[in-house]
Design a protein around this ligand. Sequence first.
Ligand code: ASP
Ligand code: MG
Length: 404
Amino acid sequence: MNIIVKKFGGTSVGDVDRIKKVARRVKKSQAEGHAVVVVVSARAGVTNSLIERAKAIQKNPADRELDVLMTCGEQETIALLCMALDAIGVEAVSRTGWQAGIITEGLHAKSRIREVSGGDIRKQLKAGKVVVVAGFQGVNDHGDLTTFGRGGSDLSAIALAGALRAKGCQIFTDVEGVFTADPRIVPKATKIEAINYEEMLELASSGSKVMQTRAVEFAQKHNIPFEVRSTFSTKPGTSVKKKVKSLEDTLVSGVAIDKNQVRVSITELPDRPGAAAAIFKVMAESGVIVDMIVQNVARNGKANLTFTVPSEDAFRAEKALKEHFADGASGKLGKSTNIAKVSVVGVGMRSHSGVASAFFEALANAGINMLMISTSEIKISVAVSPDQGDEATRVAHVAFGLGK
Ligand code: ASP
Ligand code: MG
């Protein structure tokens, strides 16, 4: 079977007209000879409004119940899209995450996929049906519904494509692909034709909002190539795969900005083995993802430790740290502040020097102060004040000769 997985995000299925459009697109793909599995998100704004409703009732709703609530968004879409397909003469059947055999483990609201059986999807495809699967959700060993973190429908699509050995996996979204920078911030940004998993992963985890980071990670780990493209055009998008021929002299492939980062600082941390480890153990146990970490040189036996966490985890991080210090651990929790993280990414920097100096010089020339720096083999990130994030992105884009 020539299986293709097509994932449509929230804006692509945003209203009735768009759902009908998606149905026509699916019909066309089936007519071209594909066995089509569609993965959908909740309509744009639905997940947020469900969360708001929950919070209006209980400020900190239990993650288990929040998962039950949030999965409703995708379930609405699978039913509506099946109806839209039926209306144009395409036989379709909806499947929830558990019906598709998506088995999860780990914490609610950020569960991981342990295995995907696909349920009876192959059988339905063989019978000539389109199968429409609810993204973002699975079921754990207790039979509880779980979700994969925001943007998690991408992960559902990639995992299903892998499990079904699909010939293709297309992530349809409201932009034309992966760009050298966010075009709303950098008008000269251009679409990247092809990119490897590694760079895509660094861009995604650095704030490029095109794809969920965990989905890219999963694709890389299991080598599941995919394409990111627009629902609203027929132009080819960006293909993401293992190996991409790149120009020798490309140092940086893209610039990403993440405005949803909070800097947490801890002062008066005792300068002895285990003090920092204890902090990060607390973070890990609360399911908080820590990104940039800076520890200064200790003075008088005390050190300062600063790190960034995603805004959505900030409340949880602070709560856990307050409890940690209240329980008698030494150290003091400082005031948390918002920051913007700007990152330049490129496999070229593995074999070339001068990327950091070019980046920092460009920021300095623009009068932008760096608050924190972190690097990986193919990425350099700096934290800057939130109001300078966009400008930092633009100057980096120019500094590395990206764009038109
Ligand atoms: N509906 C979920 C969200 O808004 C999952 C997704 O759209 O991929 O995060
Ligand atoms: Mg998305």
